[in-house]
Design a protein around this ligand. Structure first.
Ligand code: FAD
Length: 361
């Protein structure tokens, strides 16, 4: 996009700087390049921004938007810039408005089971803070340790536990956002039932920064389930039989927390990245997790995996092995991108032991 302006760069930046009282305005080339071209998916769609503004307050956001209106400049909202689809990359002459410094957890209310956060709070940090109070934040994209709640809301991030707890949209109760004209609006609330009026909160979820700048989010928290958590893997000759097993497990009443299907190409990419040998098992891999599991529910899963030709089924209740398995799934996207860029992970993780149990079925 070409930006024509009757004003010089200096005039624009002087005005912008005067409007951002709490945050910072950066214009050095290294920062602009880093923040404009951070997506793995960049293929010519991204462009060099004019300024990278790290806002610290609603007033800063309003100041950036005032500047954009005055000089007719595009604004790109950004938080932790993990977007895999150029969503937070720069555009020529644009102002990148980063909310990553607005990163305070404002409230965790155990009785109401809600948290109120600023957009820059990292998903994993919110989850850990909630767990200290006996609750947890359910949405867990592979980017959980590095991506923000603001970005997760704007992209409606899903994740490993979506099969049980839904995607981000199912866990957002309310929002505050600043519109292009500078007005701050409040949408939704903190109750599960909000049955009147248009659901504008949900309109914002997944809107990729096109409707306004999200400044505050109220999310649902869940009580940590009682009982044993088990995770496992099973291998299938193809995605078709894996899908049949997944459908059967979902319909069985067992309610798994994770049913992650990795096709053959992804498993090959992961093997290269992690120095593992999962692909030698077969053409598709299922990673599953059951919270609050019982011998009966495990027996159901075991029977269904066997019925649909699941091979080399391994289950563990060991916490470290479960963390490793989750990490394997988190590494899926980096492994695929690394394959495209001919990179390799420098360190290997301690590996789920395919040979020896912790196996309880
Ligand atoms: C390793 C890895 C694994 C991933 N795994 C998954 C997965 O399992 N499931 C899944 O669904 N996704 C996954 N993703 C994608 C991930 O969910 C998104 O990258 C993440 O939600 C974006 O968060 P962010 O804070 O980095 O946002 P950014 O990348 O900074 O921004 C993303 C979008 O949100 C907008 N935005 C950012 N902040 C605001 C704001 N305050 N107000 C309004 N708009 C804003 C931006 O303009 C942009 O359009 C993965 C990404 C990576 C890198």
């Amino acid at each position: 996009m070409t930006v024509f302006s009757a004003y010089s760069d200096e005039e624009i930046l002087e005005y912008l700087t005067s409007q951002v009282k709490d945050g910072t305005v950066e214009t050095d080339m290294a920062t602009l390049k880093k923040q404009s071209f951070n997506s793995n998916a960049s293929g010519g769609e991204s462009g060099l921004a004019r300024a990278f503004v790290e806002v610290e307050s609603v007033a800063d956001i309003q100041g950036v938007l005032r500047t954009a209106r005055k000089f007719h400049l595009p604004v790109i909202p950004q938080t932790t810039a993990t977007s895999t689809v150029v969503g937070s990359d720069g555009q020529p002459g644009a102002l990148i408005l980063s909310t990553r410094q607005m990163n305070r957890i404002l409230e965790i209310d155990k009785e109401d089971s809600v948290a109120v956060v600023q957009p820059g709070v990292i998903n994993g940090d919110l989850d850990q803070a909630a767990r200290k109070r006996g609750l947890f934040y359910a949405p867990d994209p592979g980017s959980k340790p590095i991506s923000s709640i603001g970005g997760n809301v704007s992209t409606n991030a899903g994740g490993m536990s979506t099969v049980r707890y839904g995607a981000t949209k199912d866990n957002v109760l309310g929002l505050k956002a600043v519109l292009a004209d500078g007005r701050e609006i409040k949408l939704g609330g903190r109750t599960l039932k909000q049955a009147f009026g248009y659901d504008l909160t949900q309109l914002f979820v997944g809107s990729e920064g096109t409707l306004g700048i999200i400044t505050e989010i109220t999310v649902k928290l869940m009580p940590i389930p009682l009982g044993q958590t088990v995770m496992g893997v099973a291998f299938f000759s193809n995605m078709g039989s894996l899908a049949k097993a997944v459908t059967a497990i979902r319909m069985s009443g067992v309610y798994p927390t994770m049913l992650e299907a990795l096709d053959g190409n992804t498993v090959v990419a992961l093997d290269k990245f992690e120095h593992t040998h999962y692909a030698s098992n077969s053409g598709a891999m299922l990673i599953f997790k059951l919270e609050g599991s019982s011998p009966e529910s495990m027996a159901v899963v075991k029977d269904l995996l066997a019925k649909y030709d699941g091979q080399n089924v391994q289950v563990t209740d060991d916490e470290q092995e479960q963390t490793d398995l989750e990490q394997l799934r988190r590494d899926m996207l980096p492994a695929v991108f690394a394959g495209q860029n001919h990179l390799m992970r420098s360190q290997t993780i301690s590996r789920f032991n395919l040979g020896k149990p912790a196996c309880i079925i």
